[in-house]
Design a binder for this molecule. Structure first.
Ligand code: ATP
Length: 358
């Protein structure tokens, strides 16, 4: 396994492009730790596949370099990079048994005898494929075939990295749930560098130690799942991660006070606001609570969603929509109410980027 560095990397599919708007990947510098579990998360079109293809060698970046353990591999083809890949759809040999399918990547690299057998059985056990080892792949379900694909990706102990490209998309929901946590356990057991591409936040947050969030060709935050939740570095991260995402409201901020929709709220820290910036405050629905009229900010209750163990209010604060928790005894649709924001969880953003207060 290897440490992977992206050094001043950028990519445009248009030859000779100089306008950043023409870049599918805007300039980025990132290091992926040896043995780390990473997720690349972002909406469709944000550049995940482009970045993955550059790491795997399917695409040569138009700018910058990719380094594996300090060695420039930017121009090396996939075969020369010693990486394993698992795709959205199963890649298995139908006429081979499950055992032969798993052994193939090892034999292909010159491994033989007992070493192959031990490794195949270890991976089969981790993926609950032991019972199927002697069956031909042809007769198996699509789910089982995708497990074999995962096994084929995971089987080589000497790879620089394993790249997963939305590997659970075609899996049945119940098995998807199982495989999500299994992949995390596999990472712990096998200690390989893994990069997992997805637009599904649950998959990314379950699998990764570090989630790299992409938006419009940029890396907007790379951090632990709890950091993305507690301290979204960008309003996009706050909004994209969470269910529902962070409330973002236009505000004006002076010192440790913010003016939001005509009301003043206290901030946990004091901010120096750069001149001419678009300022917003962000607070997750988990830290916003419906209250009685006259308490906090004045809102109107538009909808109440029953989530089983709790209720979520959809509120209107002047022209802005806000989501918040609902205490017992409150939450009549159409009523005027209050909204209390927990000060310690309010973030301040300038042009989308989180500001640190003092
Ligand atoms: P998805 O989740 O839909 O696969 P993604 O996050 O993987 O999306 P990319 O496929 O990397 O995003 O696309 C990033 C941008 O580059 C998009 O604007 C896309 O239209 C563009 N793009 C991707 N492949 C090509 C190509 N071969 N030629 C030109 N433009 C491309």
């Amino acid at each position: 396994m290897a440490r992977i560095e992206l050094s001043d990397l950028a990519h445009s599919y248009r030859r000779g492009a100089s306008d950043l708007g023409d870049f599918a990947l805007k300039p980025m510098t990132l290091t992926w730790r040896q043995g780390g579990a990473y997720a690349l998360l972002g909406p469709s079109g944000c550049g995940k596949t482009t970045l993955l293809n550059i790491i795997s060698g399917l695409l040569v970046p138009s700018h910058g370099r990719v380094l594996f353990d300090g060695r420039d591999v930017s121009h090396l083809p996939t075969e020369a990079r010693n990486i394993a890949q698992v795709f959205q759809f199963p890649v298995v040999y139908d006429t081979m048994t499950v055992y032969e399918n798993l052994a193939f990547p090892l034999r292909n690299r010159g491994m033989m005898g007992g070493t192959v057998d031990r490794r195949v059985r270890e991976i089969a056990a981790l993926l609950d494929l032991t019972e199927e080892l002697n069956r031909k792949a042809r007769g198996l379900t699509a789910d089982a075939k995708q497990k074999i694909s995962l096994g084929r990706g995971l089987v080589r102990p000497d790879v620089a990295a394993i790249l997963f490209d939305e590997p659970l998309t075609v899996i049945d929901p119940q098995l998807k749930w199982e495989l999500r946590s299994k992949l995390k356990a596999l990472h712990r057991a096998l200690d390989l560098t893994m990069i997992y591409v997805t637009h599904d936040q649950t998959e990314a947050l379950t699998f990764a130690d570090t989630v790299v969030v992409m938006h419009d060709g940029r890396v907007v935050q790379a951090g632990r799942p709890d950091e993305l939740f507690e301290k979204p570095a960008h309003t996009f991260v706050g909004y994209f991660i969470g269910s529902p995402g962070m409330n973002v409201l236009p505000a004006s901020v002076a010192g440790n006070h913010a003016q939001v929709a005509g009301a003043t709220i206290e901030l946990p820290q004091s901010y120096e606001i750069p001149a001419g910036k678009r300022i917003e405050i962000g607070i997750r629905p988990e830290f916003a609570m419906l209250a009685r009229p006259g308490e906090g900010l004045p809102v109107r209750v538009e909808r109440i969603d029953d989530l089983g163990r709790s209720r979520l209010a959809r509120l209107r604060l002047r022209e802005h929509a806000v989501a918040a928790g609902v205490p017992d005894g409150l939450g009549e649709i159409g009523e005027t109410a209050g909204l209390i924001l927990q000060p310690g969880h309010i973030h301040v953003y300038a042009d989308g980027a989180r500001l640190d207060g003092r």
